[in-house]
Design a binder for this molecule. Structure first.
Ligand code: PAF
Length: 440
């Protein structure tokens, strides 16, 4: 179906392989041959060094073409892909690799397109001099043009649901990364994995009162939305869902997810009600955002087990993706709590990763006895007087069920310990699969 009236469309051309200027000229000629497309003007061609992450490669030749187009955006997009393929471009194209021809639709009149394969206005047009300058040369009022400036921040659950529906209707795979903010490199890694696997990524930032116990200070939990948005922007997140407590839980809210065996023992024993609060908020986030995949860190292994169980039990059609723990260079697992460690405790805190890795080494060398593996790790922790051990356990890899004494075929070792000499007492958690490669 053609547009009633032709739209003024700007497409950016780039080439850094073969006879670059010939590729650009052929693209202009081919666009002019497309029925329903008229080439109005072509900017001068400029040379731009390659920027970005990808293999080392030569500079680009770039130009912008102004079209009058009576085709719908996706029909023009299909023609652009066809012209790229004719120029010898491998499709689907590996990201940031050299290419004979790249054609991006930058603007399509004032249309906004937000689908799996096509986003208009182009996501990064305003960050690229080799697009912005030719647009100015062609007389486009760039200041008046719409730009996507990092993640859209959504507060109302209804607005989040509407955006998600729009994306799903456009065929998008949606990844969600639930967080309570205070984002660090571990969260960023979750977002990057989601970014690589999904068409749209939602990060949620919500400090969930339901998962705080009576002795845990909900109001003192660190909040830094501006800093968190910067992390989300760098990780390429599309939308940040950051509702208020009142928006998440209306005054009459009274339905909770009850969690069973997965929440017993370990953290569940120390923090009664915590996992019910986590399961309730994650179920609500899933219901609001309706993602295709949910990304959770293995660092919080019991939380991951609870969420997997809840997702299955309640029938959410969402794939839970476990992501390897991100560590500091000295082995300490990344956590928002690390910031509260004093210098001496920070140095001592590496004992947890050392103890777990030592047990894993022993397992790899053939030790299979549950208690000898535990004893090995326990001795290392006992030699660090600053660490107060809460628990050290070996549980099943599958669902963290308890393992009987005797030989084990596989397992995950989990530890929690207190460090008390910093700004405030800090409880650190860590865990490691004895037979897996679960470290980022
Ligand atoms: O891991 C967290 O930050 C939280 O427990 C979660 C999953 C976002 C639920 O509030």
């Amino acid at each position: 179906m053609n547009h009633q009236r032709p739209q003024i469309v700007h497409v950016a051309l780039g080439s850094n392989e073969g006879d670059r200027d010939a590729h650009l000229q052929r693209a202009v000629d081919r666009l002019a041959q497309v029925p329903g497309v008229q080439v109005r003007r072509v900017s001068s061609v400029r040379e731009t060094a390659f920027v970005g992450d990808g293999p080392a490669q030569g500079p680009y030749r770039n130009a912008v073409v102004e079209l009058a187009c009576s085709l719908p955006p996706h029909a023009l997009f299909a023609c652009c892909k066809q012209i790229e393929a004719e120029a010898g471009r491998q499709l689907p194209a590996p990201r940031n690799h050299p290419r004979p021809l790249d054609i991006d639709i930058v603007f399509f009149g004032d249309d906004v397109v937000d689908t799996r394969d096509l986003v208009i206005p182009h996501l990064r047009w305003h960050e690229r001099d080799f697009v912005r300058q030719p647009l100015v040369e062609l007389g486009v009022d760039v200041a008046a043009k719409r730009r996507w400036s990092g993640p859209e921040v959504i507060e109302a659950p209804e607005a989040m649901s509407a955006r998600s529906l729009q994306w799903r209707t456009g065929g998008c795979v949606i990844g969600i990364v639930p967080t309570m903010g205070s984002l660090h490199a571990g969260h960023r890694r979750l977002m990057e994995i989601a970014r690589a696997e999904c068409d749209r990524v939602i990060a949620t930032i919500f400090v969930n009162p339901l998962q705080f116990g009576p002795k845990e200070d909900f109001t003192a939990y660190p909040r830094d939305l501006a800093g968190d948005l910067a992390v989300c922007r760098q990780a390429g997140v599309d939308a940040v869902f950051a509702p208020s407590v009142a928006q998440m839980y209306e005054p009459a809210f009274c339905s909770h997810v009850a969690v069973g065996a997965a929440a017993e023992g370990l953290e569940g024993a120390v923090r009664p009600g915590h996992f019910a609060g986590v399961a309730t908020v994650v179920a609500r986030l899933f219901a609001i955002a309706q993602p295709t995949r949910g990304y959770f860190g293995e660092k919080d292994a019991q939380q991951l087990a609870v969420i997997r169980r809840m997702t299955r039990d309640l029938g959410f059609p969402i794939r839970i993706v476990p992501c390897a723990t991100v560590r500091e260079p000295d082995g300490l697992a990344m956590s928002s709590r690390n910031a509260y460690l004093g210098a001496a405790d920070r140095a001592a805190s590496t004992v947890l990763a050392r103890a777990l890795r030592s047990a894993r080494e022993a397992f790899r060398r053939g030790e299979r006895d549950r208690d000898r593996l535990l004893q090995r790790a326990r001795t290392i922790i006992a030699n660090e007087p600053r660490a107060g051990l809460d628990y050290l356990e070996l549980r099943s890899e599958e669902d963290l069920a308890e393992l009987p004494p005797g030989p084990i075929a596989s397992g995950r070792m989990l530890v929690a310990a207190r460090f008390i000499d910093g700004v405030r007492p800090v409880r650190l958690l860590d865990n490691l699969s004895l037979d897996g490669a679960d470290e980022a």
